[in-house]
Design a binder for this molecule. Structure first.
Ligand SMILES: Nc1ncnc2c1ncn2[C@@H]1O[C@H](COP(=O)(O)OP(=O)(O)O)[C@@H](O)[C@H]1O
Ligand SMILES: O=C(O)C1=C[C@@H](OP(=O)(O)O)[C@@H](O)[C@H](O)C1
Ligand SMILES: [Mg+2]
Length: 337
């Protein structure tokens, strides 16, 4: 762990530096275009609802003059005023401020259908859709296994050992990103912020899986927060969530001499728990979970090898398995036990 900057993906915040410039935030043309589009959305929603501006003013308790500015793309209303405008049109605020194109009728109908389902049916619906259309439906995970999880979980440590045991390359995302970009992660963040980093991360992953039919990949802890990249990872790799108790994460990261992320301050453990809580549902989408809490490295490695075996990676493989290699591994006894 050599990287010490506060701008790492785990800690970068949406500041107003170069990243903001890159995404068109601030007082620039991107802002103007956004406000114009927002104004247009308000006007067209109001029209579709058959409301006059006066009616909207009355129901939202926002002045007609203010609404005129908003609809004209000149009003940068406070969030609470905007919320009142949305509520008066019986629209979630999120729909009003969403920059993406509105969902088409099919998507809307599907969202409505799902929104009406009770929780158990919803889980079933997700499973069915996953099977038919999810990342895994596109198959071809080869003999790739990817480790996800928070910093200090043991992705790098265990990934390297597992790769050795399976006799496949060990690939670490971070240097792969730096290599393909020709820049350090710090430089990437200084140059283009979070969005540039996320794009390069996705490209580096696509490149790695295209080049390696068999590998152990240690990902960056925050990869899972980028849906397209995480989808790609799950489509092309068997994924394992490497877990540890928050206290152990803390203890391990500190033991590595990495005092940057959560050391020394009282909020540190709370931050860590918050990150874990925020990402837990994403990490939980992995194919398997390995809990390393209170385990030695050897014990965790054995657990990881068992997962690899169950996924068909250590013994008879699946997809584009190199049969010769699989036989070799089995003959070596690597896959046994
Ligand atoms: N059971 C275990 N599994 C993996 N690592 C462990 C375990 N117990 C202690 N460690 C230590 O925890 C640290 C994990 O760090 P690292 O592999 O860099 O995690 P990550 O890549 O997920 O950030 C290492 O210093 C390792 O020696
Ligand atoms: O959160 C992230 O995306 C990252 C976390 C760190 O990795 P570890 O989780 O292995 O510590 C870092 O080195 C990597 O470049 C990016
Ligand atoms: Mg690591």
């Amino acid at each position: 762990m050599t990287e010490r900057s506060a701008k790492r993906p785990d800690h970068a915040s949406a500041g107003d530096g170069p990243a903001a410039a890159a995404t068109g935030l601030g007082d620039g043309p991107g802002d103007v275009a956004y406000l114009a589009a927002l104004g247009h959305r308000v006007r067209s929603t109001r029209a579709a609802r058959g409301m006059t501006r006066r009616m909207l003013a009355r129901d939202s308790d926002v002045s007609e003059r203010y609404l005129a500015k908003l609809e004209g793309g000149e009003g940068n209303l406070s969030i609470s005023l905007l919320r009142r405008v949305a509520a008066a049109m019986d629209l979630p605020l999120a729909d009003l401020v969403d920059e993406r194109a509105p969902p088409n009728a099919e998507l809307r109908a599907l969202q409505d259908l799902l929104a009406r389902l009770p929780a158990p049916d919803l889980a079933e619906a997700r499973r069915l859709l996953q099977e038919r259309f999810g990342p895994r439906a596109s198959g071809d995970r080869g003999r790739r296994i990817a480790l996800i999880g928070l910093r200090g979980a043991g992705k790098t440590t265990l990934g390297r050992l597992l790769a050795h045991a399976l006799e496949v390359p060990f690939l670490e995302m971070r240097p792969a990103i730096e290599q393909s970009a020709g820049l350090t992660v710090d430089e990437i963040f200084n140059l283009g912020g979070q969005s540039m980093y996320r794009r390069l991360e996705r490209e580096a992953l696509a490149d790695l899986v295209a080049r390696h039919p068999a590998a152990v990949i240690a990902t960056g802890g925050s990869l899972v927060t980028e849906p397209a990249t995480f989808d790609l990872l799950r489509a092309r790799c068997v994924t394992v969530w490497v877990q540890a108790a928050p206290e152990e994460h803390m203890q391990r990261v500190l033991a590595q001499g990495d005092v940057r992320p959560m050391a020394g301050n009282r909020a540190a453990m709370q931050d860590l728990r918050q990150i874990l809580a925020a990402r837990g549902a994403l990490y939980a989408l992995a194919d398997a979970v390995l809990d390393t809490s209170g385990q030695t490295i050897a014990e965790s490695l054995a657990g990881l090898e068992a997962i690899a075996r169950r996924a068909g990676l250590a013994a008879a493989g699946e997809g584009e398995v190199d049969r010769g290699r699989t036989r070799d591994l089995t003959a070596d006894g690597v896959a046994a036990g």
